[in-house]
Ligand binder design. Structure first.
Ligand SMILES: Nc1ncnc2c1ncn2[C@@H]1O[C@H](COP(=O)(O)OP(=O)(O)OP(=O)(O)O)[C@@H](O)[C@H]1O
Length: 262
């Protein structure tokens, strides 16, 4: 059987202050999945994403990327990119220069990088503002630029931590539709942290529900990846039904007591 994109076995995270952010977590992320992590505040969603990004080392357990250790991430076919809630653009640089940053860090020649940068900006609908500076753009456009900066590296795994949380509902819905199109068309494996159950249902092929104290996986909910993620889906009875099911699971997760190991 093929190795998962990321596999976690018995992963725990205890911070220096004693907070047990993750009790044993087991998870296998398969190629092409769009997985959302939802759960009450403090249940370890961001911590789990950061363990997968290798920003945090697990306190116990094992993580494997494409069946190997972290040293192999970054080689062809095994690239990972992270999008944070804050777009973190360089204010003194135009869009083109901002998005080119990861390629500059790889010392890619400008002639090779140029078309990749323009293509990434086109993909997120910013092809017309290449020479604009962040201060000239709306919040939604800055977030698009941040996504373009992740896509320009042609990642095989995209990690997104509540990327649209600061946006108004209209911009968020629109970006969700565009994100779904990009990810499903490319078969891009994506892990997405959100506080919005509706966003999780709209985007995901699998929703992982977490519980807190300690942070752990409570349950999961599968959604047919073949469903077209558009306004028709958002307004459908199926969508409402899925949101109801997930609301119920989330309520149970919020009240669940932990009976696992010490
Ligand atoms: N660097 C850190 N040092 C100490 N404790 C931390 C650290 N990062 C997170 N925590 C704690 O770990 C627990 C899980 O935090 P985490 O941010 O992963 O939760 P979350 O589910 O993403 O929360 P939210 O939905 O509120 O963003 C919380 O109790 C948090 O206070």
């Amino acid at each position: 059987m093929m190795d998962p994109v990321v596999g976690l076995w018995g992963v725990e995270k205890v911070f220096g202050n004693g907070v047990r952010a993750l009790a044993p977590v087991n998870l296998a992320v398969q190629p092409g999945e769009f997985i959302s992590l939802i759960g009450p505040s403090g249940c370890g969603k961001s911590t789990l994403l950061k363990v997968i990004a290798s920003i945090h080392a697990p306190s116990a357990g094992q993580v494997r990327w494409w069946g190997r250790d972290f040293a192999h991430v970054g080689s062809a076919g095994h690239r990972m990119a992270f999008v944070f809630q804050d777009p973190t653009l360089m204010p003194w640089a135009c869009m083109e220069d901002n998005v080119r940053l990861p390629l500059d860090l790889e010392r890619m020649p400008a002639t090779t990088a140029g078309p990749l940068v323009r293509d990434a900006l086109e993909q997120v609908g910013l092809g017309h503002v290449l020479r604009h500076y962040p201060a000239q753009l709306s919040g939604g456009m800055k977030m698009r630029a941040s996504i373009a900066r992740a896509l320009v590296t042609q990642p095989d795994l995209l990690l997104m931590d509540e990327p649209f949380g600061a946006l108004d509902e209209f911009s968020r819905n629109r970006l969700d539709e565009e994100m779904a199109r990009l990810c499903y068309e490319k078969g891009l494996t994506t892990l997405f942290v959100t506080h919005s159950l509706y966003e999780a249902v709209f985007l995901s092929s699998r929703v992982i529900v977490m519980a807190a104290n300690p942070g752990r996986i409570f349950g999961e909910y599968h959604i047919d990846p073949a469903i077209r993620r558009d306004e028709t889906f958002r307004l459908s009875d199926d969508f409402a039904h899925m949101c109801r099911d997930l609301t119920q699971m989330l309520t149970e997760a919020t009240h669940a007591t932990f009976s696992g190991g010490a």
